[in-house]
Each structure stands twice: as C-alpha cells, then as structure tokens.
Design a protein around this ligand. Structure first.
Ligand code: GUN
Length: 288
C-alpha cells in the first residue's frame, strides 16, 4: 500500500511554480496576482483564505485579500467584482464560499470574469471543462488529477466509482476521469444518497473517490483488494486538540488502507493539493 502524500507533492509543485515565477520576473514579466474576497467572519473560511495567501507568498505571487462585513449587500459585492474584473493588475479572483444567506452565490460566481475565475466555478469554465476545452478546472478535481498523474496511477480502462454528486467534486471528477486523456479513460459510476446497494458498486471499483462528507463512511468490507482510494472528506469533528476539532475523512482509514494499493490520508492527502491547483490556475491566468 502506497500513501499518496498530498503534502509532499504540493510542496514540490509550489517549488516548481516559485521557480517559474522567478524566471518570469527575471525576464521582465508580470508577477501573478490573486485577489480573494472574504465576506463575514466564518472561522473555516478565514483559515482557508489564510492558507491560500501563504501559498501565494511562497510561490512569489502577489496576493490581495478584500474583507467585507457579513452584512455587505449583494449589490456592493457585485460592484467590487466588476472593479476587479476591470483591474489589469489582478489576474485571478476568488470569492470564498459560503457567502452570507442574503447573497445569491450563483449570481456572484457568474459575475466573475471567466478569464479570472481561477476557482473554475463559472458556468463557462465548467462547460469548457466538460467539453474537454482549455479551462480553469476547480481546485479539488484538478488536485486529484494531478496527484493521480504524479504517482503514475494507471487509469485507462479502470472502473472508477465516485461517491457524491456535488458540483465542485463528484460531477467534475466523473467528467475528467471519463475523458479521453491521461489520467482518464475510466469507466465511471457516480453514486449518491439515493443509490441502492452502494456496496455492490464500490466492491467493483478499481478506483474509489469518496466525496460525500460523512466521516468514516467507506468501510473495509466495501472495498476490493488492490483498489485506489481517494478520500475527499474534510469534516471537522470535535476533538481534544488545540483547535477543539480534527479533520475526518470519508474513509475509515484503519480498515480500508490494508486493502488498497494507493490511498490518500486525511489530513495531508487531497487537501494540500487543492491550493496548488489554485496557484497553477492563477499562473495560467497571468498569461504564463
Ligand atoms: N469554499 C470551500 N472550498 C472553496 C473553494 O475551493 N473556493 C472558494 N472560493 N470557496 C470555497
């Protein structure tokens, strides 16, 4: 069994990106610039945006965080996005989700210039991704594809079972892994909360992507010997730690890992890879 070390892989990618940025600057090019909008004071969102800013600095990017109070109106937010869309110095823009309830998230996502949408959430980017055209692919699916690629995991002709049909993980993963590409060329089954006899599906899987957000959901008896297991779960569960919580994956690691050929841990698997995807997209948005 090989543990897919997302942390080490992400650190390596960050070094590669930092080298590219240094080279760009030496040649008189533009330093990539990511702007992040944060509305309200949700603890997890603040932490995530902090991680993204730190990664930008490590990669040699310029990073701007625009913070707004929770009661900011949708209109004001849309105005700010229009200003950033028109700002030639800013290459990429992300609006950290979730937004306060009075703001329509879809409207906000669609207000971002697709060329600056480094989260890959805009329908233009989602549509282009589905068609296999150049696009910004969202961070989690792109990070998983990169991890599979860097560990040279064979995917062609394999049966991949995805648990979860979210717009930001399950659906894009099903699309990417079924495309005529490497990684890709999988036969994909997408399972969800209404799937009957889920275990019958997972037992047939060469690759399982668990992205449903239920800690410890995938048990040892649901996995066939030698399967590749990718755990996308990052649920915060109460624990006796400094922060008062720990991150729990969707896979019961103690049972599943002995049966798997490759497996991602939580934390340190898919999570760190998502930030490097954001950096990759921002570098691309800057024209490099
Ligand atoms: N909230 C949780 N994940 C994400 C993400 O990838 N991008 C943004 N903008 N918000 C998030």
């Amino acid at each position: 069994m090989v543990i897919l070390d997302g942390k080490a892989t992400a650190d390596q990618i960050k070094i590669e990106i930092a080298e590219k940025v240094e080279d760009i600057i030496k040649k008189g090019g533009k330093r990539p610039h990511l702007a992040a909008i944060l509305v309200g004071d949700d603890g997890a969102s603040q932490t995530y945006v902090g991680h993204k800013e730190r990664a930008c600095v490590q990669a040699g990017f310029k990073s701007t965080i625009l913070r707004f109070p929770a009661e900011t109106s949708e209109e004001k937010l849309l105005e700010e996005i229009a200003l950033i869309n028109a700002d030639n110095d800013i290459d990429g823009l992300i609006v950290q989700l979730p937004l306060p309830k009075h703001i329509n998230e879809q409207k906000v996502i669609e207000a971002i210039d697709p060329m600056k949408d480094v989260d890959g959430f805009h329908p233009v980017n989602v549509g282009r991704m589905v068609l296999g055209l150049p696009s910004f692919v969202s961070a989690t699916p792109d990070g998983i594809m990169e991890l599979i690629s860097r560990y040279k995991i064979e995917t062609a002709g394999k049966h991949c079972v995805i648990i979860g049909r979210s717009n930001i993980v399950g659906r894009p993963m099903a699309n990417l892994l079924s495309q005529k590409s490497n990684p890709g060329d999988c036969t994909v089954t997408m399972c969800h909360s209404r799937t009957k006899n889920l275990k019958e599906h997972t037992l047939q899987a060469d690759i399982i992507i668990a992205a449903l957000g239920v800690p410890g959901f995938l048990k040892g008896d649901m996995v066939k010997e030698g399967a590749v297991v990718i755990d996308v779960g990052i649920t915060r569960v109460k624990a006796d730690t400094k922060t008062g919580f720990r991150l729990a994956g969707d896979v019961l690691f103690s049972e599943v890992s002995p049966k798997s050929s490759f497996i991602t841990p939580v934390p340190g698997g898919v999570g760190p890879m998502t930030i490097t995807s954001l950096l990759k997209n921002t570098l691309k948005a800057s024209g490099n």
